[in-house]
Design a binder for this molecule. Structure first.
Ligand code: F6P
Length: 522
């Protein structure tokens, strides 16, 4: 049984395990040999994927069939990153020409801002962008900018998501309104946080420049008419479509701020990397399919071994936001308790995911990963060639990544610890107390993913890998990975509570909630 078995013992019984479980796709390489599965387990899991309809579901997804049944929409983010000349259909409707037209408009706009052909209301060139959006309209662009921004960017791209006014206040510090472009991103253009921040930022522009400052407004939305009503000039509203889920939208005009600040070519290279991963996912047999195997490793830990948490640790400071990005991608997609037919699920679904950059995490939560009472599988992500700085520091970073994966799996036996304590002259009563505390049980799984470089193409492939992994898990769990009804109740209750905090009539609440409203009323 996998539960009692040691991962490190699987290597002896399975010659070639490491090379067999190291897969390459789209410039990424993953070693899944430190996962707790045996060859038989993997065979069963592949059967499960096949019988569970992963291939058919994938083909339906790529064919643009309705993948998001509760909202009656396809989920066709892959179309956004396909090269020009393709023929993608969303529920039968051709979409490739629309996508290409939007990409052309994005490129022209980005080039014009960068070249100075398009300037602000006072004639000054744009040198800063404030990107306002939340959730899928924020996490992807923020991750990409953090991962790829030049050391000394000449376009200063800042992000504002939270309705907490502190974030906007901080983002505006030191910016010249005459040089600032305000890019509001909202699929629905109804999100409270985004509209609040966009209104405040627009007021900041108008106070400095006057009504002509609307020239500084840009919007990205699947409801372009709402963006225009907000005052954004029509030729500065970039659309996308209801078949692009918010958390899958970075490939659309949602990536505009990054396309401007990094240059459109970088954005296009990112699309290319993601497309390469799409092709791998679509064509490679399940047995060697990277998103499929990554998903199966997760399903094995989650459902086979009952592990409810997973950590993601990129050994790359520039990828430190990756765990936050995955929290939305995985937990909003697959945090579901009923199937797409409305029946209760028969298995546990998404695990909670957390993480931070290595090595920082080693000095924070790794204690629990090594010696805590729960086994928490870890996705370790490393970049072979560092982008900047001292190459020897990059080597130290990689050494830590490798060593942590080894320590998690191999651990350190109590006998070994005892021998060391004896050698250090400790008494037997001291050893009895210390040895268990210094023992590492090991047998803690990890996946080890390597990006050749942290450039747009590899980043695109990385994000697409996790998108498809999330999709495969959703298929196996029988859930709809593309809706998010679980965020709605809080939104509507917040609207009610807001009206009460602002002095409106009291509603019907439990005693605790009613007391909080009274206590926090301004
Ligand atoms: O958190 C819920 C959610 O609907 C996400 O799915 C979405 O990415 C985010 O809010 C922002 O929505 P919008 O882009 O419509 O402002």
């Amino acid at each position: 049984m996998a539960r009692g078995r040691r991962i490190d013992s699987l290597f002896a019984g399975e010659p070639g395990r490491c090379s067999r479980l190291t897969l390459a796709a789209a410039g990424l390489e993953i070693d899944l040999s430190k996962q707790p599965w045996s060859r038989d387990d993997r065979r069963l899991l592949i059967d499960l994927a096949r019988i569970g309809g992963v291939e058919a579901a994938r083909d339906r997804l790529f064919a643009g069939h309705i993948a998001n049944a509760s909202e009656g929409r396809p989920a066709l983010h892959m179309a956004l990153r396909a090269p020009d000349g393709a023929d993608w259909r969303a529920a039968g409707e051709p979409v490739s020409r629309l996508i290409e037209a939007t990409r052309t408009a994005m490129r022209t706009f980005a080039d014009d801002i960068r070249s100075g052909a398009r300037v602000g209301a006072t004639g000054k060139r744009f040198r800063s962008i404030v990107h306002i959006g939340i959730g899928g309209s924020d996490l992807g662009p923020r991750l990409i900018w953090e991962a790829l921004k030049p050391l000394d960017p000449w376009i200063d791209l800042r992000f504002v998501a939270n309705v907490d006014p502190a974030e906007l206040a901080q983002a505006l510090v030191g910016l010249d309104p005459a040089e600032t472009l305000l890019v509001t991103v909202s699929k629905t253009f109804t999100t409270q946080e985004t509209l609040t921040n966009a209104s405040a930022a627009r007021a900041w522009l108008r106070a400095a420049i006057g009504p002509e400052s609307d020239l500084h407004l840009v919007a990205v939305s699947a409801s372009p008419e709402k963006a225009r009503a907000f005052g954004v000039p029509a030729d500065q509203v970039f659309g996308f479509w209801d078949w692009v889920g918010g958390r899958y939208s970075i490939w659309s005009a949602v990536g505009l701020s990054c396309a401007i600040a990094l240059g459109y070519d970088a954005f296009e290279a990112m699309l290319g990397g993601a497309h390469a991963m799409d092709q791998h996912f679509q064509t490679v047999p399940l047995e060697a399919n990277m998103p499929v195997l990554l998903a199966l490793a997760h399903v094995f830990n989650r459902n086979g071994l009952g592990r409810p948490i997973r950590a993601v640790v990129p050994y790359a400071q520039r990828l430190r936001l990756f765990a936050a990005f995955l929290q939305q991608l995985e937990m909003e997609s697959n945090g579901k308790r009923v199937t797409a037919d409305g029946a209760p699920v028969v298995h546990q679904t998404a695990s909670s995911v957390f993480g931070d950059a290595g090595t920082n995490g080693q000095h924070a939560f790794f204690q629990l990963l090594h010696q805590g009472t729960d086994v928490i599988p870890v996705d370790i992500i490393a970049v072979r060639t560092g982008s900047e700085g001292d190459p020897s520091a990059q080597t130290k970073l990689l050494a830590n990544a490798i060593a942590q994966a080894e320590a998690l799996m191999v651990g350190r036996s109590e006998a070994d610890v005892r021998a060391e304590l004896v050698a250090n002259g400790k008494s037997s009563s001291e050893i009895d107390v210390l040895a268990p505390q210094r023992t590492f049980p090991g047998n803690r799984p990890s996946s080890f993913l390597v990006l050749e470089r942290l450039d747009p193409a590899h980043l695109g492939a990385l994000i697409a890998l996790y998108e498809h992994k999330t999709f495969v898990e959703g298929v196996l769990w029988g859930i709809n990975s593309f809706d998010q009804w679980g965020v709605e109740l809080g939104k509507s209750l917040a609207t009610r509570v807001l009206s009460e905090l602002e002095g409106g009539p009291s509603g019907d609440h439990d005693p605790s909630t009613a007391a909080l409203i009274v206590r926090l009323r301004p």
